[in-house]
Design a protein around this ligand. Structure first.
Ligand code: SFD
Ligand code: AMP
Length: 619
């Protein structure tokens, strides 16, 4: 341990994660905090990090208020409808009213936007989505962050938050290590914005063996956004609302551009429209929610899953018609070449030309996120002009820990933000963090040397576990005294898959299974004290696994608490198969006591602050 160097850095605003939300926060912090010290810490390199690393082909959240295409209240209705009524409307409205200004900046910064030749407006993919040539989306937003920050630290994984030793429940910074040099980094800070992305790989993925690691959401999204705040006792919301995505099989290529722009549609193996077949069945489970327009994402999944279970698979996307148009054919291929190259490669390798073959679709393993058609994440304060008292405690996007803010996938309740809304939420969080400092709420923070030297012991322990334990290796990688990060990850994924509603059970779970899952997760947590890391890269894997495990515990507790099936198609509670508005038209909120590690759960009212006017028909 003595040979590990320690660096201490002081800052005013510390941003953890330089993805979409983190770059937005870094950029905006400079605007409101001209003289403040702004530091961003990133696990990878912000030029190509996070979910947008590979580029995107659409910006999925743009109102078009300048042309009166949509207004923020329309978006609230849309997200509320899609999430079966359960969103934080104050947060959604707040994001929506600012998102257009974010997109206009992307345009100014050189992001190639597609234009509608007739109207001169941004080319619409769908009612909310606009099309971009976005292979370089991430380097473009990273440049804005680099020009704004005092310092960007790449290749540092943050493992823990630091707390103020003087005032209870106030933030003091964060610590982590550089996975190339191994150095220990201590970041003392007046405010911290967590923007560390969602969680893939907590449920066993469909792709195993040679395809291991292939998922739709970024494989490096490891739930730090949840684990860091949970570990210091911040409240979380809607963590049961994991998302399952309909995707092109094996490459996980997104379907939005196909459904919305190319106007392709799905069918079962016999060429039938299977969605219609499941209408009565779904109505029996969820009532009138099935009649909403557009059909909520989970209910579209539900019909897919039921049809496959009934023997109607494989489900196909009908591309043969759209691809006869050479322009749409180009768009179909470019969509993947600019966003999910792997899908184009899979088609090439499997001899699939969508012009002549209708490609297969699949439903993915579940992910935990706050920015797509799902809203798991931290329980945060909303903006003062919109939020009812139960949703407001002083600073926009502040968690229930003072001085700790969140944005993007980190924040719960505000679904359908996507890339542009996550960047926007980062901006909102940074503005509030600067105000918090200006209001002198961050005076007198003390972080003792003991606090961070104790954590240093904890963080590097996997290296020691390996150094000692490798002498006892019995064969290959089998050691009686440590487990490797990959072994631990596979164990976690099986627990989540088999007990918490993964693909093994067709997304089915119940209270008994969840109780068993929680027991197994507890034992995994104990065994992770003995995880061994042979180098700094494996040390990162060890900490990713620990973060995934805490996230999984929280997901399982929430899934157990909500005694209904609110989102059939995302998961099913077999012991409560129906949606139950009478008892569960509410948000779920949890807190894990940092000392006892026990979770407590509560119901919080969901306030509908936007009226029910019918949605304009989607284009
Ligand atoms: O169609 C640590 N997304 C799409 N959004 C769109 O607007 N349009 C699309 O076309 C989209 N599609 C899509 C999307 C994502 C993916 C993977 C695909 C396709 C294939 C969604 C957006 O990308 C998403 O909403 C935002 O990126 C979310 O932003 P944010 O900031 O919450 O997450 P991030 O960008 O992944 O960044 C997280 C960063 O944190 C780092 N990090 N750093 C330090 N210490 C730690 N412990 C850390 N843990 C993580 C990460 O490295 C990362 O940089 S479509 O399919 O929906
Ligand atoms: P995806 O590519 O599936 O991640 O979706 C991109 C965007 O299109 C998101 O805003 C989705 O909610 C939306 N979307 C995808 N499929 C459909 C569909 N069949 N009907 C309506 N909206 C969709």
């Amino acid at each position: 341990m003595a040979k590990i160097n320690t660096h201490v850095e002081e800052s005013d605003v510390l941003i953890i994660g330089g993805g979409m939300a983190g770059t937005g926060a870094t950029f905006e912090a400079r605007h409101w905090g001209r003289d403040l010290k702004i530091v961003c810490v990133e696990k990878a390199n912000i030029d190509r990090s996070g979910a947008v690393a590979q580029g995107l082909y659409a910006i999925n959240c743009y109102m078009g208020m300048q042309w009166n295409e949509n207004q923020p209240e329309d978006h609230v209705r849309y997200a509320r409808n899609d999430l079966m009524g359960m969103v934080r409307e104050d947060l959604g409205y707040d994001m929506a009213r600012h998102v257009d200004s974010t997109v206009h900046m992307f345009d100014e910064w050189g992001l190639p936007m597609m234009k509608n030749e007739k109207t001169g407006r941004y080319l619409r993919e769908g009612k909310w989505q606009i099309m971009i040539h976005g292979e370089s989306y991430k380097p473009i937003v990273a440049e804005a962050a680099k020009k704004s920050a005092d310092k960007i630290f790449n290749r540092i994984m943050v493992t823990h938050l630091l707390m103020d030793d003087e005032k209870e429940n106030r933030i003091g910074g964060a610590v982590g290590f550089n996975m190339r040099t191994g150095d220990y980094h201590v970041f003392k800070a007046k405010t911290v914005i967590v923007a560390a992305g969602g969680a893939s790989h907590i449920f066993k993925p469909r792709a195993v063996g040679e395809g291991m690691g292939r998922t739709w959401y970024a494989p490096w999204s490891n739930g730090s956004a949840y684990a860091l705040p949970i570990a210091v006792g911040a409240k979380m919301t809607q963590m049961e609302n994991r998302i399952v995505l309909c995707r092109f099989k094996d490459g996980y290529g997104p379907v939005g551009a196909y459904f919305l722009h190319l106007k392709t549609y799905t069918q079962n193996a016999n060429g039938e429209n299977y969605e219609k077949k499941w209408y009565d069945h779904t109505k029996n489970l969820v009532g009138e929610y099935i009649d909403h327009h557009p059909t909520p994402t989970c209910l579209r999944n539900h019909a897919f899953i039921q049809e496959v279970m009934a023997g109607g698979g494989p489900i196909q996307m009908v591309t043969k018609e759209a691809f006869q148009d050479p322009h749409l054919e180009t768009v179909g291929w470019e969509n993947f070449l600019g966003m999910t190259v792997g899908q184009a490669v899979v088609w090439a390798s499997q001899n699939i030309d969508p012009k002549y073959t209708n490609p297969e679709l699949t439903t993915s393993e579940p992910y935990v996120m706050g920015s797509h058609a799902t809203c798991s994440g931290a329980w945060v304060s909303g903006p003062e002009d919109l939020s009812p008292p139960e949703y407001f405690w002083g600073y926009n996007r502040m968690l229930t820990v003072e001085g700790l803010f969140g944005a993007g996938d980190t924040v719960g309740g505000s679904a359908h933000k996507f890339s542009s809304g996550s960047f926007t939420e980062g901006r909102l969080a940074a503005k509030a963090a600067c105000k918090y400092i200006e209001d002198k709420k961050a005076e007198g923070i003390k972080v003792s040397e003991k606090q961070y030297t104790d954590l240093k012991e904890v963080i590097y322990k996997p290296l020691e576990n390996y150094t000692v334990g490798r002498n006892e290796i019995t064969g290959g990688t089998v050691s009686p005294s440590y487990i490797s990060p990959i072994q631990g990850l596979q164990r976690l994924q099986r627990i989540m898959d088999e007990y918490v509603g993964g693909i093994a059970t067709n997304y089915m779970t119940n209270e008994n299974m969840l109780n068993r899952g929680l027991e197994l997760l507890k034992w995994l947590e104990e065994d992770l004290e003995n995880v061994g890391a042979e180098d700094y890269h494996q040390l990162m894997r060890a900490w990713e696994l620990k973060h995934r495990t805490i996230t999984s515990q929280c997901v399982t507790e929430h899934t157990k608490f909500r005694e209904e099936t609110r989102w059939p198609g995302y998961y099913y509670r077999g012991d409560h198969l129906k949606l139950d508005d009478e008892n569960w038209h509410c948000l779920t909120v949890s807190r894990r006591d940092p000392k006892t590690k026990e979770f407590t759960m509560e119901k919080v009212p969901v306030y509908h602050i936007v009226d029910d006017k019918k949605e304009k028909k989607a284009s």
